[in-house]
Design a protein. Structure first.
Length: 110
């Protein structure tokens, strides 16, 4: 794979889906999908973040986690040393490295 590390990491997206969803519709967009019901831990547990990064063969300090939950996404990712972007649609308080109102704003940051 010749894509830059930041793009591979950006494409990691952890999301909540019930087992009945058809995951094949998402596979073309992401290099890695880590599901908590298969993994055994949920965010903000460090294991779910570390397992995803190990699959990508990158370190936490080389990665960027984008999320909309101040605890599960931002605190969880920061606790293992990842950079963070908080999609803050509801004006919540967080210690994210970067805040955006909409996920579409990411293209201007990168």
């Amino acid at each position: 794979m010749n894509t830059p590390i930041w793009w591979r990491c950006l494409r990691v997206y952890s999301f909540s889906l019930s087992a009945s969803h058809n995951l094949e519709q998402f596979e073309e967009f992401f290099d890695v999908i880590t599901l908590s019901y298969e993994h055994g831990y949920v965010k903000p547990h460090p294991s779910i973040f570390m397992t995803t990064l190990e699959k990508l063969k990158v370190n936490p300090n080389q990665s960027l986690h984008v999320g909309d939950d101040p605890i599960a996404d931002i605190q969880g990712a920061r606790n293992i040393g990842m950079k963070t972007v908080f999609v803050n649609e509801k004006e919540a308080k967080t210690n994210a490295g970067i805040e955006v109102k909409r996920i579409t704003e990411l293209t201007t940051l990168l």
